[in-house]
Design a protein around this ligand. Structure first.
Ligand code: DSN
Length: 434
């Protein structure tokens, strides 16, 4: 490699300007394998999606070269005039989509967004009240192994032992008893609508802030298919940009003008250095897509598909947590239904090209590495164009494997059916896989 640089007279001859296919066949090979995996798998991970070619292009753009610590028109480095435009557009689009007063698009991820909110208004050992992970909460909501659990005093609320719904009376009792500085609402695996207004009222009665983490349901919020925490008067809203929102991987914070400065300073210089401008460009492109009528139709179909999946599993006798879903995800207790662990279920399904994740269920008796449940989500298959009739087929594929205890002959047959189904829903036909 060094020799190429030394010998080259013309910059275009050096390896720096060669396509990855020639310059790094090893990594290129895995990128192609990943493309094939996406094409040939039923993607049912509730937090994943498939972005448009435009989002991919922005994410792979020359903006990856740019350092731009600071904010538009107030940067530490020169050469930011186009970076400024891109970030301003991303902010403007996000404000409109979510009806937010102030937006910070720089967080590298959802966890970074949550970290910045905590850092903006909490001190170490302050008390936060958040949903327990087995009830559907997230690591960054105070899990003991996460920074949030190590730095803050975490009190956990859960779901009711019978209905598996959030017990708002318990939230209120715990808030009154512990007087948290912040109440966190949001989830990774809760299949029902969140009542932001109730959280806001409880918090107001004990003089606490609310952080609403809408990473999973952001697309539904835009489409007005889920309540908008900004409209419930909640102070801090965080989200990822790549789940139902179907954008580039990353995070974002929405807040009120009165907290704008605190939040911006908490993100930079508080917890991050230079923003990832290529990711911000890709977020902006996704926000433009999310402002279109087709996006609302897409979100509606996500709901119809998830609901159909839930119904099918109820019909087949599964223990479907909460009896179904209001959003894009379905949580199945496969252990009670068939004596199959979430881990085995997920491994067997993967062999048949069906991608899900093992998931704790409320009051799980198994460890987080094993679990009684699996989580299914409809965003990615809906992006591929699937509708209710395909959901019926998918529920059938999954059931066939689980009720037969992952028998290899059955897995082989289901895999064939999965591949046949996917042929009707081509993915990225414009990208070559050779
Ligand atoms: N990993 C995401 C999820 O699957 O819900 C949350 O960070």
């Amino acid at each position: 490699m060094k020799e190429d640089f030394v010998k080259s007279k013309n910059l275009n001859e050096i390896k720096l300007y060669r396509h990855i296919k020639d310059s790094d066949p090893e990594i290129y090979g895995y990128l192609i394998q990943e493309l094939k995996r996406l094409r040939e798998n039923l993607e049912l991970i509730a937090s994943e999606n498939v972005v448009s070619i435009s989002v991919l292009e922005a994410a792979a753009s020359v903006l990856t070269n740019k350092y731009a610590e600071g904010y538009p028109n107030a940067r530490w480095y020169g050469g930011c005039k186009y970076a400024d435009k891109v970030e301003e557009i991303a902010i403007r689009r996000a404000k409109k989509l979510f009806n937010a007063e102030h937006v910070n698009v720089q967080p590298h991820s959802g966890t970074q967004a949550n970290m910045a909110v905590y850092f903006a208004v909490l001190k170490p050992n302050d008390t936060i009240l958040a949903l327990d992970i087995a009830s559907g909460g997230h690591l960054s909501h105070g899990h003991p192994k996460n920074f949030s659990g190590a730095i803050y005093n975490v009190i956990r609320y859960g779901v009711d032992s019978k209905t598996h719904l959030i017990d708002y009376d318990q939230v209120k009792d715990l808030a009154e008893k512990h007087k948290p500085k912040m109440i966190v609402v949001g989830h990774s695996a809760y299949p029902r609508t969140l009542d932001f207004k109730k959280f806001k009222d409880i918090a107001a009665s004990v003089n606490s802030y609310v952080l609403a983490d809408i990473a999973h349901v952001a697309g539904l919020v835009i489409a007005k298919l889920h309540p908008n925490p900004n409209e419930a008067g909640i102070e801090f809203v965080t989200t990822t940009t790549h789940k139902t929102l179907r954008g580039a991987r990353g995070g974002m914070i929405l807040t009120k003008n009165e907290f704008a400065k605190k939040i911006d300073s908490a993100v930079f210089p508080g917890i991050q250095g230079g923003p990832l401008l290529h990711a911000i460009a890709a977020k902006a492109v996704a926000f433009q897509e999310a402002g279109k009528i087709e996006f609302i139709e897409y979100q509606n179909q996500i709901l119809k598909n998830a609901s159909k999946l839930g119904e099918e599993f109820v019909k087949k006798g599964y223990r479907v947590m909460t009896g179904g879903t209001d959003n894009h995800l379905v949580l199945l207790d496969v252990y009670t239904t068939y004596g199959v662990t979430g881990r085995d279920a997920s491994n067997w399904l993967e062999e048949a090209n069906i991608t899900v994740n093992k998931n704790l269920i409320p009051y799980d008796t198994l460890s987080p590495f094993v679990t009684s449940g699996i989580r299914l989500g409809s965003p990615a298959v809906t992006t591929r164009g699937m509708e209710e009739e395909e959901m019926i087929l998918i529920a059938g594929f999954i059931d066939e494997i689980l009720k037969n205890n992952g028998k290899s002959e059955i897995i082989k047959n289901v895999k064939k059916d999965v591949l046949d189904l996917l042929k009707k829903f081509p993915l990225y036909p414009e990208i070559k896989d050779e």
